[in-house]
Design a protein around this ligand. Structure first.
Ligand code: FNR
Length: 382
């Protein structure tokens, strides 16, 4: 097996080894995939302004997330059906997160149950991503199980009253192989994606079971179901960010679902400054979408840090800034490479890249990554 040296190498390997149906499901964006591509292009339009001679002999990548220390400023975004990439699926990625001291978010539509993930990685910081089903008892049950199993937050995905149209999944009549089930459920909810059907099996599943009638008040009601902090994932406008704060969420994940929902929404990194400016003083803000290299992590952290300076000016002592960047597909590529070892390698590659970038840019800690260290390319043509 060849040794990957960057995430692109893991991706290249995954493209060679994964079956077509799985690969298409993992890699696709919605529609023409403009947003999917733009998640990457937008990063490439940002430039890093490094600082020299700042004694960077010792470095720390650790950060604090919801009051808990994380060894790394990047973690694992929820992605469904990880057993399609490797038989150990979510167990492998949760264990890798535990080993590396970072956060693991488990998808509702995982192929390993909440309880099995909790048992496999008891010391990992685990959050549960929630899709809200029409059957509210199902939803309440998931939340309770996550709470009892030691998950530390509920991440409600709010960008998915339906799934975006991922054309290859429709062409492929995407379905899971029969030996894999959606392990948090029993009966139809567990097995219907494995049945032969016309169009995308997962698209059909979501259209029939997820609750498209959801409103902000439902998030308020959800808060009453649990003592865990509630975060909302999939926010792309300041209007919704302000609404989320008004409802009393603990954190916002700026995300366009990896370009899989509406094609033509902005890249996540384009949206981040607007959200940080609107609510960065009030809630923690996290980010995902298109992160493939440590320079991307650095750029997101710098743009997210904008609030820090504002707060110092206003003498407010509680300083929020973006403390976590999440990755979806790179983890799947790591799983496809070699299960737990593969995901660990992905996290290690990114860790050593980030240490390298931070050191050369003159940053000893995450809080040294300042807003003026990242500018849009237009800065140099003014
Ligand atoms: C996802 N994503 C996702 N999000 C979510 O809230 N629940 C889920 O079950 C899934 N499932 C899922 C499957 C696959 C195959 C992908 C690629 C993505 C979205 C995910 O959490 C995250 O927002 C994006 O993956 C981030 O973009 P990158 O890192 O893949 O570019």
């Amino acid at each position: 097996m060849y040794t990957p040296v960057c995430i692109q190498d893991f991706e290249t390997h995954a493209f060679k080894v994964l079956p077509k149906g799985t690969l298409d499901y993992y890699k696709s964006g919605a529609g023409q995939q403009l947003t999917l591509a733009n998640n990457r292009t937008a990063f490439s339009k940002l430039r890093i302004r490094p600082r020299c001679l700042r004694n960077v002999r010792t470095r720390s990548l650790s950060t604090t997330v919801m009051g808990t220390k994380a060894a790394l400023p990047f973690g694992i975004a929820p992605t469904a059906m990880q057993k399609l990439a490797h038989p150990d699926g979510e167990l492998a990625s949760a264990r890798a997160a535990e080993k590396m001291g970072t956060i693991f978010i488990l998808s509702t539509i995982s192929t390993t149950s909440i309880e099995d993930v909790a048992a496999a990685a008891p010391n990992a910081t685990k959050w549960f991503q929630l899709y809200i089903y029409k059957d509210r008892e199902v939803t309440a049950n998931l939340v309770k199980r996550a709470e009892i199993s030691g998950f530390k937050a509920i991440v409600v995905t709010v960008d998915s009253p339906m799934f975006g149209i991922r054309r290859d999944d429709v062409r492929n009549n995407f379905k899971m192989p029969p030996h894999i089930t959606l392990a948090n459920f029993v009966g139809e909810k567990a097995t219907s994606v494995s049945k032969r059907q016309s169009g995308s099996g997962i698209g059909n599943y979501v259209a029939s079971l997820f609750d498209a009638s959801l409103e902000w008040e439902d998030i308020r009601s959800l808060k009453k179901l649990t003592t865990l902090p509630i975060m909302v994932k999939g926010i792309l406008t300041k209007e919704d960010a302000l609404k989320a704060v008004e409802i009393g969420v603990s954190a916002i994940v700026v995300s366009n679902h990896g370009g899989r929902q509406i094609d033509s929404v902005p890249a996540s990194i384009e949206v981040l400054p607007e959200i940080v400016k609107a609510v960065g003083s009030k809630v923690e803000i996290y980010f995902d979408g298109g992160v493939r290299e440590a320079v991307d992590v650095f750029k997101a952290l710098a743009l997210g840090a904008k609030m820090v300076s504002l707060y110092l000016v206003s003498n407010y002592c509680k300083v929020f800034f973006i403390s976590q960047v999440f990755m979806g597909r790179p983890i799947l590529w790591g799983l496809a490479y070699n299960g737990e070892e593969g995901v660990t390698k992905v996290l290690k590659v990114l860790k050593s890249e980030l240490e390298n970038v931070m050191t050369i840019a003159g940053c000893r800690s995450i809080s040294d990554i300042k807003p003026d260290m990242v500018v849009h390319e237009s800065y140099y043509s003014r």
